[in-house]
Design a protein around this ligand. Structure first.
Ligand code: GAL
Length: 702
């Protein structure tokens, strides 16, 4: 590869999610998760990041024993091993890795072999200081942690391809290797001169001419007109609000650059190995959005995610569902893999909490229920030194004689009884619309209210469905296959392309039920305001509303509505167009009597518009009505906090597996029969009682 901005941009971005929006396309490599399961002898994956280089031989011997004991069958190896694998530029030391791969293989543990590129060694930094990332404030970072690199620096990209190729050359056909794990959590964003040069290459490809760029970014405002490409910079620290078009394009560019970097390593590996060893990277879910995950979902052979809940109790379960439903959706509904979870870690704002007894199994099952082909942890053995010394592991500091290791072992044993669910799929009838462009645009400055929070709105919609017992997908708003859903919820659909506006209208016209929430379809892909009233046409026609004016409410203020509920955060002055009707109106304030919630029959479907943020009870009641209207029902009606999620056999329409998970402290009866794979008991027609924290996986025949 030649050095320079063209080489690092490559063909990145050739099929961004917004342009080729069908998230169901299949990645090019092999059978994905099915290949991993096959290499595991048909079993679900169970294991974690394994860093034997932190330990000595006596510990390796114990690891062998304990891995067998815990039913571990997959270990992610080499994620942060660059400094050992390549101690000097171009000089490799594979001997130690050879020995560990042989040992793992002999012990029946397959390997998810990582490329170590998330942490370049100190020699690399000193030789290539220009490959260290620069913050928006202009601070160039130094080594001493991890994730310290610039994806636009040619020296870094070349070094990544070199080490990935060397690993694939050596281990491409190694019998221990079941899959490839490129990099670790692509997340670092840089603002250096390499990034600026690559950004310009990307912008030329996207906009063509400088005039088109000036037009797209509205540079007539605030005297920002660019007279040459060289004048364009990344969104570095500046005096006042950044140009929103520039800020949004930089997010798109960076995601495309990361995807290009991923492809480059993936292709180097594929060229040196057989195709049935899937290649992936671990995406960081649920809260992090540096990447367009629809685009990554199309390029990885199996979607891999890392997930760490941010609250204990049922909140953790809702958070797992949010991450897992996204993982499945980004992969087009195919089985995926949980590549990392914490054995005993719940990250809250100010503390790392331990998990409660039973959580390890139940959290693991919650991921598998939603399509994961197993569960992996970060990491196998808790480190004795280093930056993550306090991060939990399958084998804690206390050693195997510990609650955590006993629960890990029980979980591994439980998974051996679930092998038959491998390859089965989740079928959701409802979806929440999800678009990286919207997330990034609403991350911008100068918006009318601080309450416009994309991830919060997305989570609230998903959580309300979760509370109602509904397993939901996520879908891209321009997905041409939206008609596979009976109900769509569109929270915070701030940015909407013409194609998406058309797809949503067509969805309703063909019989779908759609709820659009406030401040939707107000800008196009260039971040230009929609003129003539919001939301964008032709969606506006389907909704039967025309929003003339928005009126954000003060933080904490509420506004009564005509049905006795309250609204907060936002209000809008809108006009109805026949046949739309107001379901509720504002009962106080300058908009008294104006519609707050509307409903419009359109073609064979119905489109709803919520012009404000309904309170939790009213939002839940609205979703309950929409679920009834669209005939979307829970698998089994159960109290909030008790999940029932179904995986279907892809080949036998009569066969499915129902996962029942009680995340509450109260026993619950699930009135449904089957054969429980966890206890190997037959459950009678009256069903079974799930104790507090209890779980069952029922094989059922229709
Ligand atoms: C993940 C990361 C792991 C480990 C873990 C725990 O995001 O991939 O390497 O750091 O978090 O903090």
């Amino acid at each position: 590869m030649s050095g320079g901005a063209e080489s690092v941009v490559g063909d990145a971005g050739r099929d961004r999610a917004g342009d080729a929006a069908d998230g169901r396309a299949v990645g090019p490599g092999g059978g994905g998760a099915a290949d991993v399961v096959r290499r595991l002898g048909g079993r679900l994956a169970f294991g974690g990041d394994y860093n034997p280089e932190q330990w000595d031989e006596s510990v390796w011997k114990e690891d062998d024993l304990l891995m067998r004991w815990a039913h571990v069958n997959l270990a992610t190896v080499g994620v942060f091993s660059w400094a050992l694998l390549e101690p000097e530029e171009g000089a490799y030391d594979f001997g130690w890795l050879d020995a560990h791969l042989e040992r793992l293989h002999a012990n029946g543990v397959a390997v998810d072999l990582a490329t170590p590129t998330a942490s370049p060694p100190p020699w690399f930094t000193l030789a290539h200081p220009d490959a260290m990332p620069v913050t928006a404030e202009g601070v160039r970072l130094s080594h001493g942690s991890r994730d310290t690199y610039c994806l636009a620096a040619p020296a870094y990209r070349q070094a990544c391809v070199r080490i990935a190729s060397a690993l694939a050359e050596r281990y491409g056909e190694h019998p221990a290797v079941a899959m490839w794990h490129v990099h670790n959590e692509y997340a670092t964003v840089c603002h250096c001169d390499h990034a600026a040069a690559a950004f310009r290459v990307w912008l030329r490809a996207r906009h063509g001419t400088l005039d088109a760029l000036n037009d797209a970014w509205g540079t007539a405002f605030w005297s920002q007109r660019y007279g040459s490409w060289e004048q364009v910079l990344p969104p570095r620290a500046t005096q006042w609000h950044r140009n929103p078009g520039l800020a949004l394009d930089y997010r798109r560019f960076w995601s495309d650059l990361a995807l290009g970097a991923y492809r480059e390593q993936r292709d180097a590996i594929r060229a040196r190995t057989t195709a049935d060893r899937p290649v992936t990277t671990n995406l960081m879910l649920p809260g992090y959005q540096v990447l367009d995950l629809w685009a990554f979902g199309r390029e990885v052979d199996v979607v891999g995610i890392d997930h760490y809940p941010a609250e204990p109790g049922p909140g953790a379960a809702a958070d797992i569902a949010f991450g897992a439903d996204r993982a499945r959706s980004f992969g087009g509904g195919k089985p995926w893999l949980l590549v990392e979870q914490g054995a005993n870690t719940v990250y809250t704002a100010d503390r790392t909490l331990p998990k409660e007894p039973g959580d390890i199994l139940r959290h693991t099952l919650a991921h598998i229920a939603r399509g994961s082909e197993g569960a992996m942890f970060f990491q196998w053995r808790q480190s004795r030194a280093g930056a993550e010394i306090w991060h939990s592991a399958m084998v804690p500091h206390a050693g195997p004689d510990s609650r955590v290791f006993r629960e890990v072992t029980d979980t591994g044993a439980a998974l051996t009884r679930l092998a038959e669910v491998a390859g089965s799929v989740v079928r959701a009838r409802a979806a929440v619309l999800h678009d990286a462009d919207c997330w990034w645009a609403l991350d911008g400055q100068g918006l009318p209210a601080a309450s416009l929070d994309y991830p919060a709105a997305l989570r609230r919609a998903h959580r309300a469905l979760w509370d109602a017992g509904i397993t939901a997908d996520f879908a891209h708003p321009a997905d041409p296959g939206l008609d596979r859903y009976q109900l769509l919820i569109a929270p915070a659909l701030f940015l909407l392309s013409d194609a998406a506006a058309r797809a949503l209208r067509a969805y309703v016209h063909a019989g779908g039920t759609l709820l659009v929430q406030h401040f939707a379809g107000v800008v196009d892909e260039r971040h230009h305001a929609r003129l003539g009233g919001y939301p964008a046409e032709p969606l506006r026609r389907a909704l039967g509303v025309r929003v003339e004016e928005y009126r954000p409410l003060p933080a904490g203020a509420t506004l009564p509505l005509s049905d006795g509920s309250t609204a907060s955060e936002w209000s809008e002055l809108l006009r109805l167009a026949s046949p739309a009707e107001a379901v509720t109106t504002y009962a106080e304030g300058p908009l008294t009597g104006h519609p707050a919630l509307t409903r419009c029959p359109h073609g064979a479907g119905t489109a709803w518009y919520a012009a404000t943020r309904l309170d939790d009870t009213a939002y839940a009641a609205l979703l309950a009505r929409l679920l009834t209207d669209s005939a979307v029902h829970p698998e089994v009606p159960l109290p909030p906090g008790v999940e029932a999620i179904r995986r279907h056999s892809p080949t036998d329409p009569t066969l499915s597996w129902l996962f029942l998970l009680n995340h509450t402290p109260t026993p619950t009866t699930a009135p449904t029969p089957g054969h429980d794979l966890l206890t190997t008991r037959d459950i009678p027609p009256a069903g079974l009682t799930l104790p507090p924290g209890g779980a069952a996986v029922l094989r059922q025949r229709a």
